[in-house]
Design a protein around this ligand. Structure first.
Ligand SMILES: Nc1ncnc2c1ncn2[C@@H]1O[C@H](COP(=O)(O)OP(=O)(O)OP(=O)(O)O)[C@@H](O)[C@H]1O
Length: 659
């Protein structure tokens, strides 16, 4: 029911073989894998090609890139459209998975001579318009963090507070990293500078197979907020995640503590993927699926060229010639048995929740090391990739204007609550009879098993009803929210209209929507020490000129000149301010205070990171929640804003003309 307005989008899986250096063959000659285009599909094939004991089979994928493919080709053919979708308003994720040294970081970050997916994506986002994202009414924020040994570290921040950040869950955001820095970015230079800074903190180490091996999962997130010309509150949000997963390692060779953590978190990732495979429909042909079911008892199945292949078992089989090449439960059976997806088992799967079975368009890039000595690990990666092809994500119909942000949020809330209840139900169903129940209940079951069974049955039924009730409640909530959105839209239209009427009355030269206000001082009760206070705020009189707001209009989207023009010279000496206008001013001042304070704080945090001015950062205080606005005209006191001045009372000598 909740997914009716979403579009099903399977995970897109692409495979890349990296070039093989002669020093890397590990004693085993040659390349083990090659790419073949056949039957309108692309295959990664093992050199053994199905013959002899070396045979590993072939795997079909959406796209395969051989060792001659460049990062640019990879980006153009596989990643560019996801990046564009993220800017347009859908969530999108690009995940790089593969064994250590298979080329994940090379594909994601690249080199100065061959930029990878990340820099190419940034170029695509900020470089396609002269005015970057502003031209399309978007603002972007960047976060960059790593998960190392189950600990989240903010790569953009410094100090103790930035390591071991908790991953929390809430109704509005789903899983999120608490306390993570989100830096506003306006150009590709901004992003790449911060990424370069983050890379200095990222954990790399020399391993047996890679001189510069990533020891952590690294997550780059660009969040986009859409804002209309007059609407200060964001009207839409989307995210682009680019994830460079740490490489899986073979325990025989690498038994380090880090390696074990990496393998464990990748195991949980594999578990989530396995549970999400509904029926393996993309990895299994109809013939194979029916054979699977008919031969369930015998368990004979090898994924090879989409056909069934019978192979002698490695282990002893009771039936000669019908061996157990792979013994697996069909995914559909697993799914029926247990609909619960274990996202909570690791931090990695929590933060990737929306990319796996969630609401993001997802590209899984699986990198393969072609050396024969890595054939087993490559095979594991290719099996993982095959499984991932049958995972479906559900993309909200972003292009449908009827699907509001509020509805989308309500839907994901509902989804989470349902998952929680399903988990509760599952636990209850799988609870061992007697053993783990409290003593009193055990006694009751022993005394009267029939009655106890009825009671448990009833408990189950109640839970199911609770689940249904919650679904209904959330659907109502979604309806209410969309109604509220509609009303908000109407109010905005009314405000628009009022502004236009005002413009007509006072003429365009009188300064747009609120001409009579420009000549007034707004007295605002703001706590002392507010970071912007020193620039435009008279701490002694607690007075803040609206003219300074107008001069900041360039920086503050809510005060863009197009929507809030003030030209003091053209205005009458004194004009009355109506109550409604007063209210409007109060709102604008509040919003401006929040905006200025936020951007200031972010800039200061950045300065602190650079170690430039730690004192100023300490002076940060919370944005005031109440601003008392009075409309007393005080033209004689008007002063022009003083950009870049240190905190303190403004100079009395400056005149209006300087504005
Ligand atoms: N497509 C490619 N073209 C040229 N060189 C490559 C390519 N892919 C990988 N390499 C080289 O192989 C080495 C290992 O690659 P990389 O560090 O990207 O592997 P990785 O999968 O990220 O490893 P780890 O998981 O250990 O971090 C690097 O020296 C890299 O430059």
């Amino acid at each position: 029911m909740l997914r009716s307005s979403s579009k099903r989008e399977p995970l897109q899986v692409v495979v890349r073989l990296r070039p093989l250096a002669s020093s890397e063959t590990g004693g085993t000659p040659g390349k083990a894998w090659f790419i073949e285009h056949r039957d309108g599909q692309q295959w990664v094939c093992h050199q053994g090609n199905g013959r002899g004991s070396d045979a590993k089979g072939s795997f079909a994928f959406d796209l395969c890139f051989d060792d001659e493919a460049s990062n640019k080709e990879l980006f153009d053919d596989a990643a560019r459209k996801l990046v564009q979708s993220a800017v347009a308003g859908s969530n999108a994720s690009i995940l790089a998975y593969g064994q250590t040294s298979s080329g994940k970081t090379h594909s994601i970050l690249g080199t100065p001579y061959e930029p990878g997916i990340l820099p190419l994506a940034v170029e695509e986002i900020f470089g396609f318009q002269e005015d970057g994202l502003r031209a399309v009414g978007k603002q972007a924020k960047l976060s960059y963090y790593e998960i190392f040994n189950e600990k989240v570290t903010d790569l953009l921040a410094q100090g103790h507070g930035s390591t071991s950040l908790p991953v929390k869950e809430d109704a509005g955001h789903g899983f999120f990293v608490q306390g993570l820095r989100e830096a506003p970015v306006y150009s590709s230079e901004d992003v790449l500078r911060l990424v370069a800074r983050g890379e200095e903190r990222r954990r790399y180490a020399r391993t047996r197979w890679n001189d510069y091996s990533s020891r952590s999962h690294v997550i780059f997130t660009l969040s986009f907020e859409a804002r209309g010309p007059r609407m200060e509150a964001p009207t839409g949000r989307s995210k682009l995640n680019i994830v460079d997963l740490a490489g899986c390692e073979n325990h025989k060779h690498e038994a380090s503590e880090d390696g074990r953590h990496i393998n464990r978190s990748l195991f949980f990732l594999g578990e989530v993927i396995s549970r999400l495979c509904k029926d393996g429909s993309r990895s299994m042909s109809p013939i194979r699926r029916s054979l699977w079911h008919s031969r369930k008892q015998e368990n004979v199945f090898t994924p090879r060229h989409g056909s069934l292949e019978v192979r002698p078992s490695r282990s002893s089989s009771p039936v000669r010639g019908v061996g157990l090449r792979e013994v697996r439960t069909p995914p559909s059976a697993r799914r029926e048995k247990n609909d619960f997806i274990p996202y909570r088992d690791s931090k990695l799967t929590r933060v990737l929740r929306s990319s796996l079975g969630g609401d993001a368009l997802t590209l899984l890039l699986v990198t393969v090391h072609p050396a024969a000595c890595f054939a087993e690990q490559s095979l594991t990666s290719l099996r993982f990739a095959t499984k991932a092809r049958s995972v479906d994500n559900y993309i909200p119909a972003a292009s449908d204007p009827k699907t509001t942000e509020a509805e989308r949020r309500a839907m994901s809330d509902a989804q989470r609550i349902i998952e929680g209840l399903q988990e509760k139900l599952r636990r209850l169903e799988s609870r061992p009879r007697g053993g783990s129940l409290p003593d009193a209940r055990v006694r009751r079951i022993q005394d009267d098993p029939n009655h106890a069974a009825d009671a448990l049955q009833k408990e189950l039924q109640d839970l199911r009803m609770e689940l249904k009730e919650k679904e209904r409640e959330l659907a109502n909530k979604a309806r209410l929210l969309s109604e509220r959105d509609r009303q908000l839209g109407q109010l905005r239209e009314q405000l628009d209209l009022a502004t236009r009427v005002s413009e007509r009355r006072h003429g365009p030269d009188a300064g747009g929507g609120l001409p009579v206000l420009a000549d007034h001082w707004v007295s605002a009760t703001v706590p002392e020490g507010l970071p912007y206070a020193g620039e435009e705020f008279d701490a002694a009189s607690h007075t803040w000129p609206l003219t300074s707001l107008a001069s900041r209009a360039e920086d503050i989207p809510c005060l863009r000149k197009s929507s809030f023009v003030m030209r003091q010279q053209a205005l009458p000496e004194r004009s009355p301010v109506s109550e409604t206008q007063e209210e409007l001013v109060e709102k604008l001042v509040k919003m401006a205070a929040l905006q200025i304070n936020t951007s200031k704080a972010q800039k200061m945090a950045e300065s602190k990171m650079l170690g430039e001015d730690a004192k100023e950062v300490e002076q940060l205080v919370p944005v005031p929640s109440n601003l008392d606005v009075s409309s007393t005209p005080r033209r004689a006191d008007l002063r022009a804003p003083r950009r870049g001045c240190p905190p303190g009372p403004p100079s009395k000598s400056r005149g209006l003309e300087e504005g």
